[in-house]
Structure formats: C-alpha cells, structure tokens
Design a protein around this ligand. Structure first.
Ligand SMILES: Cc1cc2nc3c(=O)[nH]c(=O)nc-3n(C[C@H](O)[C@H](O)[C@H](O)COP(=O)(O)OP(=O)(O)OC[C@H]3O[C@@H](n4cnc5c(N)ncnc54)[C@H](O)[C@@H]3O)c2cc1C
Length: 359
C-alpha cells in the first residue's frame, strides 16, 4: 500500500480541525485533514432552504464571552444578529397544559449567524488549499513510529483504504469517540483512555428540530417563539427566523432522552401537534422541516452518549494531557479545551493550542 508523507495530519473536519488546518495552511505547512463524513462541519450542520440555512447543530454564539468566535466572524467578514426574544413565552406543564408566561431573555445575549453557523466552516475552507481536505476518510488506527506517526484510514471490518505518515498529528474529534473507535499502538494508558471515555461529547445525545414558515403568526399574537415544555417532545423552543423578513422559523431541542425517542416521522408528527398547541394552527403547516438526531450519528455519538446529560460538564484536556508520544500527538476538539469546552469557542481555543505546539 502506498504511504503518503506530510508534516502534519489533522484528524476530524469539525470547526476545531478546520480551524487548525486554516492556521497551519497560512504557515505553509505540509498537511492533510482526514474527515470521516462526506461533508465538513461535524456538529455544525445547516441545511439550505432557498438561501436560508437552518442550524441543526449550534445556532448561537455569545459575543460578550466568545472573543475567538467574534474575531473569526470579523476575519471572515460574516454578520451576526441577536436572537429574537421580543414578546411573551409559552410554558407547557407535565400534564400537557399550556400557558403564556413572561419571556426569559438569554443571559448573556445569544446571537445567530447570517448564513447559518456553517458559514464559519465555509469561510475557513475557502482559504484552505483544496487538496488538504480528504472527505470520506475515517481514521481507524493511529500508530506511533520512531520518527513520527502512522495513520490508517478505513473501517475495522474492511481492508484498510490507505495509510499516511506524518511527524505530528492533531486529533480534532471528541475524546470519547476517539477512545471508542480508534485503535492506538502503543496502547494509550489506562488512565488516559478512561479520561477520554468519561469526557461526554457535548450535545451528542440531543436531537434538534427546525420548521420554516412564510409568516410568523406567533409574533403577531405577541409571542416571542420561546417555549419551555416539561412533557415534550420539544423541551425548549426558540424563534429561529432570518434577521429580516422571511423565512421565519421555530426551532427547538427534543426533551425526550435518546433511548426513548421514536422514529423521525413519529417525532415530527408529535412536534407539529405540540407547536399547534403552543403557537396556533399555522405552526402546524411549515414550508419545510428539518430534524437531526445526533445520538444516531456514528461520527459524533457513542453508546455512552445515549443517556441524557443535563448539566454542562467541566471539560479539560483528557487526564490533563494536551499532547502525548513526545510531542508527536496533540489533542484538539472542543471537549479538550480548558475554557468554554463543549462550545464553538472551545473548538477554536483547543485548535489554537494544538497548532501552537506543532509549529
Ligand atoms: C444540537 C447542538 C447544538 C449546539 N449548540 C451550540 C451553540 O448554540 N453554541 C455553541 O457554541 N456550541 C453549540 N454546540 C456545540 C458545538 O457544535 C461544538 O462545540 C463544535 O461544533 C465542536 O467542534 P469540534 O470540531 O470540536 O467537534 P466536531 O464538530 O464533533 O468535529 C469532529 C469531526 O471529526 C470527524 N470524525 C469523527 N470520527 C472520525 C474518524 N475516526 N476519522 C476522521 N474523522 C472523524 C467528525 O465527522 C467531525 O467532522 C451544539 C452542538 C449540538 C450537537
């Protein structure tokens, strides 16, 4: 099998890996980014509907506390707008009974990105030479070598597809997913493997819904689109509209744990029934619907992510290690960040840390 050699291999084409590639490409490093899926973005996913991008992964950044995201938005010439929160909220009790309540403004205020969160990834990719990013390249083995690292691409139940060698690698995927799906030679220590498995992948167990409309009737009757429900299917709902004019949107997080969720069609039907109850008949007739169950995504979630995580965990580099194998192997990915791990901000800071150690 032919072995390609580069200075640096980045594994994972989510925001963290793509940002690392952008920083390294600017330094003219010889590098390759291996992405398992047929698309970049990882947990950032924004399908297009006639020029509007419905965020099924992250939709907010918080300008007051996300300096790196702010700076990247500026660098890429993108535009944010504040989450629409004008009006009253809706609350649904455990027994299904709904009532109108005061709104709960986000604190700190949350902002959406015009063009969807995927515009961050698109903007970065536009500045990375095309031959660097290899889609459909799942890494299944990583081996330490005397003078670097060897990476095997393929699936464990098939013949390896190709192998690559580099002086250093940046592992830019959730540590739990890496520990559960990639073979490491020599073995990672027991302590490190356990720390990786225990770092839950933020939002991996969640499912998100997005409905688009020509009109926002909820706004006309004084509602902000914000809703909270103790019975579901959606547990939390927000206005997901475009900054100005159409399309208007209602979007929300499914409140039912992954283990108890039904199939896509049943979930969508139940969600539309809930939206009619909360926002009126028109809410049951969207012009488009998107539904994404992240717990079913093999390149995001593991079996450990199927149980609900209620509080935001404290993330750190696994077992306190930002790199191993005498500097040949560096951790990136938001779950390895020391500050705001789990969020987009942590994806950027962990990439900056890894890149600073490889140049
Ligand atoms: C529903 C949802 C809502 C969210 N809301 C917000 C929000 O509002 N604000 C916010 O800041 N954050 C939010 N987040 C979190 C945010 O999405 C993440 O912090 C960020 O996208 C993580 O980027 P990453 O590159 O570290 O990881 P990922 O995006 O998970 O990227 C990892 C990449 O590695 C790839 N990969 C996996 N296995 C392999 C392999 N073996 N070989 C090669 N490639 C592999 C994956 O396909 C993926 O592209 C949300 C997430 C979800 C799911």
């Amino acid at each position: 099998m032919h072995t390609k050699k580069v200075d640096i291999i980045i594994i994972g084409g989510g925001l963290s890996g793509i940002y690392a590639a952008f920083l390294l490409a600017a330094k003219k490093k010889s590098l390759v980014l291996l992405e398992a899926r047929s698309r970049v973005g990882g947990r950032i996913l924004s399908p297009e509907h006639q020029g509007f991008f419905a965020d099924l992964g992250p939709s907010w950044y918080w300008p007051m506390v996300n300096p790196k995201v702010n700076a990247l938005i500026q660098t890429l010439g993108l535009k944010g707008y504040s989450q629409f929160e004008t009006g009253l909220g809706r609350f649904q009790a455990k027994d299904g009974h709904a009532e109108t309540i005061a709104g709960y403004p986000m604190n700190p205020p949350g902002w959406r990105l015009a063009g969807g969160m995927i515009s961050l990834v698109k903007g970065l990719c536009a500045q990375i030479p095309k031959d660097i990013i290899r889609l459909n390249h799942p890494v299944c083995e990583i081996q330490r070598r005397d003078n670097g690292v060897q990476v095997i691409v393929g699936r464990h139940d098939q013949e390896p597809r190709c192998q690559l060698q580099a002086s250093r690698i940046i592992l830019a995927l959730p540590p739990r997913l890496a520990a559960g799906s990639i073979l490491f030679t020599p073995d990672l220590s027991y302590t490190l493997t356990q720390a990786m498995l225990k770092a839950s992948t933020w939002m991996a167990g969640h499912a998100k819904f997005f409905a688009l409309y020509d009109k926002a009737n909820w706004r006309k009757i004084g509602l902000s689109g914000q809703g909270f429900s103790l019975c579901g299917p959606l547990g939390e709902i927000h206005d997901g509209s475009c900054e100005v004019n159409t399309p208007y949107g209602l979007t929300g997080f499914v409140g039912i744990p992954a283990l108890r969720r039904k199939n896509r069609e049943s979930m969508i039907q139940a969600i539309l029934t809930q939206l009619i109850l909360l926002y009126g008949q028109q809410a049951g007739q969207p012009v488009s619907i998107d539904y994404q169950d992240w717990a079913k995504e093999e390149f995001t979630a593991t079996e450990y992510d199927q149980r609900a995580v209620h509080n935001h965990p404290e993330f750190h580099p696994p077992s306190g290690k930002t790199s191993i194998w005498d500097g040949r192997f560096h951790f990136a990915g938001t779950e390895t960040a020391d500050h705001l791990g789990g969020y987009l901000e942590g994806a950027l800071s962990s990439a900056e840390r890894a890149v600073s150690k490889t140049i």
